[in-house]
Ligand binder design. Structure first.
Ligand SMILES: *Cc1c(COP(=O)(O)O)cnc(C)c1O
Length: 359
């Protein structure tokens, strides 16, 4: 018998490690607290559940491929023209669309590191090359990033607030950086956590893109809007950019339940943003408690906090897991801890309190 030969795949596919989603863990006494994926701790509002149920009755039909109603809602609520909006299967889907629009073997995609884990995977798959610029004091190093721009740089991700550190870039430094980017290079300002920002000097990207045709603003319904399970995100940019990105849309990949739920969520926006206030109070409480326990915790403008634990990272994550709390560890670097309900956060604080080596 001849040796089994597997089908041939692209080198990038063979080299790529599979994406690891946030873990669900359980303590011996049955506790399971998931603080590993930056989700909202709240289930959908009744009005949103109703909209999902209504849409469920019609799933024999294809979704609206143009997402017309949702696009109109986004346009009205955010005060942007409809032709500036492009939707995708989560902000991750939009990220993939953006990379499909610019990625080719010669292209470089620049971003800070550590930042959102989706970037390196999707950049590799697009055929482009990642150029990563280390964070300095848990923040984007915009000077080094500007210096890393080459003729080949086609796209730059700026994650603001940054996942996983929660740190922000302020208006003046961000605008100075944008001024240095060549106009044929796209900048994607990933604002997945925009609703959690309270620092007044951190600009809303939607106020920045008007006179910058190479700037795209990325938003999601997964975090503050609590629809992570339905997969819908969007981008706002000048019509030339939005049109190019829309061409790469996997047909029907924003499903009809997601569209209905997102429309209903925009209708219930003030209720949802009240929930965000609760998360922000908890974020500040959790950070203050961790600081009081002796940890070093950078200020966060998102729905998570960051502990730089270095070599102790995996040990800390294991100690949390034993207490039924899952966090998101990055081996050798640190752990990202999402803000959950007050009880969930108390469980995390108890686990952190009893951990022997503080940082
Ligand atoms: C969570 C997250 C996203 C997107 O999430 P989707 O669920 O795909 O909408 C995008 N960027 C960052 C930085 C995130 O943390």
């Amino acid at each position: 018998m001849s040796e089994a030969v597997s089908p041939r795949f692209r080198t990038v596919v063979e080299r790529l490690a599979a994406y690891k989603p946030g873990k669900v863990v359980r303590s011996p006494d049955g506790r399971s607290v998931k603080l590993s994926s930056n989700e909202s701790p709240h289930g959908p509002l009744p009005s949103v559940l109703d909209a999902i149920a209504r849409a469920a009755g019609e799933v024999n039909r294809y979704p609206d491929n143009g997402c017309v109603e949702l696009t109109a809602e986004i346009s009205a609520r955010f005060g942007v023209p409809a032709d500036h909006v492009a939707l995708g299967c989560g902000a991750v889907g939009v990220t993939q669309m953006l990379l499909e629009a610019v990625g080719e073997p010669d292209a470089e995609v620049l971003y800070a590191w550590r930042s959102f884990e989706g970037y390196p995977i999707l950049v590799s798959l697009s055929g482009a090359t990642s150029v990563q610029v280390p964070l300095v004091e848990e923040k984007h190093d915009l000077t080094a990033m500007a210096e890393a721009i080459t003729d080949r740089t086609r796209l730059i991700f700026i994650c603001n607030p940054n996942n996983p550190t929660g740190t922000v870039l302020r208006r003046a430094e961000l605008e100075a950086f944008l001024d240095r980017v060549p106009s044929d290079c796209l900048v994607v300002l990933d604002e997945a956590y925009r609703e959690y920002v309270r620092d007044e000097e951190t600009p809303d990207g939607l106020t920045l893109y008007g006179d910058r045709p190479n700037l795209a603003i990325l938003r999601t319904f997964s975090k503050a809007y609590g629809l992570a399970g339905l997969r819908v995100g969007f981008m706002v940019a000048h019509p030339v950019v939005a049109a190019a990105v829309r061409k790469t849309f996997l047909p029907f990949s924003v499903n009809s339940l997601a569209q209905a739920a997102a429309v209903a969520s925009l209708g219930a926006r003030s209720e949802l943003l009240e929930r965000v206030e609760g998360t922000i109070k908890e974020r500040d409480r959790v950070r203050a408690a961790l600081l009081a326990q002796g940890w070093t915790v950078p200020p966060s403008e998102a729905n998570f906090v960051w502990l730089r634990l270095g070599e102790d990272t995996m040990d800390f994550a294991a100690a949390c897991e034993a207490a039924g709390v899952s966090v998101r560890p990055f081996a050798g670097e640190g752990a990202r801890i999402s803000i959950g309900s007050p009880e969930e956060n108390d469980a995390l604080l108890a686990a952190a309190e009893s951990y022997p080596g503080r940082h």
